[in-house]
Write a protein that binds this ligand. Structure first.
Ligand code: MD6
Ligand code: FE
Length: 217
C-alpha cells in the first residue's frame, strides 16, 4: 500500500534534484522514451559513425562522438567548432529525430525553462575506461540557453566543478534515463566524467551513451 502510494506520487511529481544554481537533475526522466532514443542513436550512427576526434593539442579523445541536428560539435587540430557538415563524409549531419527534440523540450519545461529548441545534439559514446576531462561548454553562440544532457546505458560519475578549473568538483552518479538541465549561473562551470567502470547494461551492453542538446547558433 505504502509503496503504491509512493509510486503514484513519483508519477505525478518526478524527482527534481538541484545540482547547483541553474542545474537540475531529473532522475529517470528519459526512461519512457528509451526505445525511441536507442533506435534514433542506431540510425544516426549508421549515417555518421562514432569516431574518436583529436583535440587541438593533438590528443585522441577516449570518448567516441557523432552528432545530429543542424549543427554538430567537432574538434580537430585547428580547434573546436560547430559545423553543419560531418568532416568525415562531407555530408550534412543526420536530422535530429523528432522524439529527441521533444524530450529535450519537455525536460527543459520540467526544469522551468520555457521554449528550449535545440539545433544541435552531440552524441558521446563511452566504453570502459573512457573519460572526459574537466572542460567548459563555451562554443555555443548564446549562453542564455541551457544544455540538456541525457544519460543512457552504464552509469557514470559526473564531475561538477565551479567557475575555475581549480574548483574541487562534486561527484554525481548519472544513471540510465537521467536527464540534467543545465543553464543559468552555472552554465559555464567546469565539468567532466570520471573513467567509465566496466559493466553490462540490459539495453546498451558495455557502454554509456550521453546526448547533449544545445542551442549552438
Ligand atoms: C557526459 N557531458 O555526460 C558529458 N556538458 O558524457 C557534458 O560534457 C555536458 O552533460 C554540458 C552540459 C551537460 C553535460
Ligand atoms: Fe560539457
Amino acid at each position: 500500500m505504502t509503496a503504491d502510494l509512493f509510486e503514484c506520487v513519483a508519477d505525478i511529481q518526478p524527482s527534481r534534484e538541484a545540482m547547483a544554481e541553474g542545474a537540475v537533475l531529473l532522475r529517470g526522466f528519459a526512461r519512457p522514451v528509451e526505445a525511441d532514443l536507442i533506435a534514433g542513436i542506431d540510425e544516426i550512427a549508421a549515417q555518421a559513425p562514432f569516431r574518436h576526434m583529436v583535440t587541438p593539442g593533438g590528443h585522441r579523445m577516449s570518448v567516441a562522438m557523432t552528432n545530429c541536428g543542424n549543427a554538430g560539435w567537432v574538434t580537430d587540430r585547428s580547434g573546436y567548432r560547430y559545423d553543419s557538415v560531418d568532416p568525415e563524409s562531407r555530408q550534412a549531419w543526420p536530422a535530429m529525430p523528432p522524439s529527441f527534440g521533444a524530450l529535450a523540450g519537455q525536460a527543459a519545461d520540467a526544469a522551468g525553462v520555457d521554449g528550449f529548441s535545440p539545433d544541435a545534439c552531440l552524441v558521446n559514446r563511452y566504453q570502459p575506461g573512457a573519460r572526459m576531462s574537466l572542460h567548459q561548454d563555451k562554443d555555443e553562440h548564446d549562453f542564455g540557453a541551457p544544455i540538456v544532457s541525457v544519460s543512457l546505458g552504464l552509469s557514470a560519475v559526473f564531475l561538477f566543478g565551479g567557475p575555475q578549473r581549480s574548483d574541487k568538483p562534486r561527484r554525481f552518479r548519472l544513471q540510465h534515463g537521467d536527464v540534467v538541465v543545465w543553464g543559468g549561473p552555472s552554465r559555464l562551470f567546469f565539468h567532466g566524467v570520471a573513467p567509465l567502470a566496466d559493466g553490462g547494461h540490459a539495453l546498451l551492453g558495455r557502454q554509456r551513451i550521453n546526448l547533449t542538446f544545445r542551442k549552438a547558433r
